[in-house]
Design a protein around this ligand. Structure first.
Ligand SMILES: Cc1cc2nc3c(=O)[nH]c(=O)nc-3n(C[C@H](O)[C@H](O)[C@H](O)COP(=O)(O)O)c2cc1C
Length: 354
């Protein structure tokens, strides 16, 4: 039986337990310059002190145009690297490895930040406006932005990066048939739809070295689990070390485990990926894992390699240590809109605060 306190090595990075912090964007911590602030540093320091096995820093924009909003963290220029060093130091001082999620919004771009662009001219946030279909030159330029941001991440001391390949953002838009209508080498087959992400992975590997952890937060369903696995197989071929599975754009799969009494249907996608990739590539599950019993059930029954926790560690920065030591914690209230979300006060009623 695997225990939640068992270490796991992913590429060369040792996680001291199976509980990881999922990326959760903090909208008003950064200003328009996208720089790390003291609030970020303290936020991640507290979660590192709180016993996470791995921290993934929130979605971070690879270009200003790819931000969620103007007050969103960035890694699009060298000047931003210094601030990130302070986050990595705060985590490493506590013996916790840390990676950073790199993202571009693509067709869902915030018009205050930049034009909507993506694999195809499909509707944007405003359904009457179509996105700009990216030319091959623009695709290559965008891939370079991801790779440059990954190199900055390495210079800042991150143990690796997580490419944001789910939740409907640019890498996911290329992977999904619904948003990718291309007929060139970036569209059509699963291999072609995965190519945008796969080429980023292989360039990051070449640029950042063999020891640099490359995770993809990949879509677990596009529109079905089997197709999402085909996409993920391409990422693995390109050098991805770790598949952190979440949701995507299109959902049409009667095989999804909708009614499991121990975990929800979103988490079930990671379970299915784990069944497929077991022994080959570590997999994490996410969604609704916010109590000790669910954490233990998933790990001890070897349904996943790691559990990724978002609201649980927002509600209580010490959640992981508490679960590892069988102690009590402030439990996420599952608010209809998480209090850490956009336009919310970042005052978690369960007690998380900064
Ligand atoms: C406030 C907030 C911010 C989030 N930001 C991100 C993000 O930056 N990147 C990402 O991939 N997912 C993000 N998510 C989704 C979470 O990582 C996670 O997948 C989701 O909350 C479900 O997991 P949970 O039940 O453990 O909260 C965010 C969720 C919340 C509540």
């Amino acid at each position: 039986m695997t225990r939640i306190s068992d270490p796991i090595t992913i590429n060369k990075t040792v996680l001291k337990n199976r509980l990881t912090m999922a990326p959760t964007v903090k909208f008003d911590y950064a200003g328009e310059d996208g720089m790390v602030t003291d609030k970020h540093i303290e936020h991640y320091r507290k979660r590192a002190e709180g016993g996470c096995g791995l921290i993934c820093v929130e979605a971070t924009a690879v270009t200003p145009g790819g931000r969620f909003a103007k007050n969103h963290l960035g890694l699009w220029e060298d000047a931003q690297t210094e601030g990130h060093k302070k986050i990595t130091e705060a985590c490493h001082e506590n013996g916790v490895p840390v990676i950073i999620q790199l993202n571009h919004t693509g067709i869902t771009a915030n018009p205050d930040c930049g034009p909507a662009m993506g694999p195809s001219a499909v509707p944007t946030r405003n359904p009457e406006v179509l996105a700009k279909e990216m030319s091959i030159a623009e695709i290559h330029e965008m891939q370079e932005h991801f790779v440059n941001a990954a190199l900055r991440a390495k210079k800042a001391g991150y143990d690796g990066v997580q490419l944001h390949g789910c939740h409907g953002y640019l890498i996911n838009q290329f992977a999904a048939k619904k948003t990718n209508l291309r007929t060139d080498e970036y569209g059509g087959s699963s291999e072609n739809r995965a190519r945008f992400g796969s080429e980023i992975i292989s360039s990051v590997r070449k640029t950042c070295g063999s020891d640099f952890l490359i995770s993809v937060r990949t879509t677990g369903i596009e529109p079905d689990i089997a197709t999402a696995i085909e996409i993920a197989e391409e990422y693995v071929k390109a050098g991805c070390d770790y598949l952190q599975v979440s949701t995507g754009i299109d959902w049409e799969d009667p095989t999804v485990d909708e009614n499991n009494e121990h975990y929800n249907k979103f988490c079930s996608l990671g379970v299915r990926f784990h069944e497929h990739f077991k022994g080959r590539v570590p997999v994490s599950c996410v969604n609704g894992i916010n109590d000790a019993a669910t954490v233990k059930y998933l790990i001890e029954n070897e349904l996943t390699d790691t559990v990724d926790l978002a609201r649980a560690v927002l509600a209580d920065p010490g959640f992981c240590r508490a679960v590892l030591e069988d102690k009590s914690y402030n439990k996420c209230f599952d608010c209809p809109r998480c209090q850490y979300g956009p336009a919310m006060p970042h005052k978690c009623p369960a007690g998380g605060g900064v």
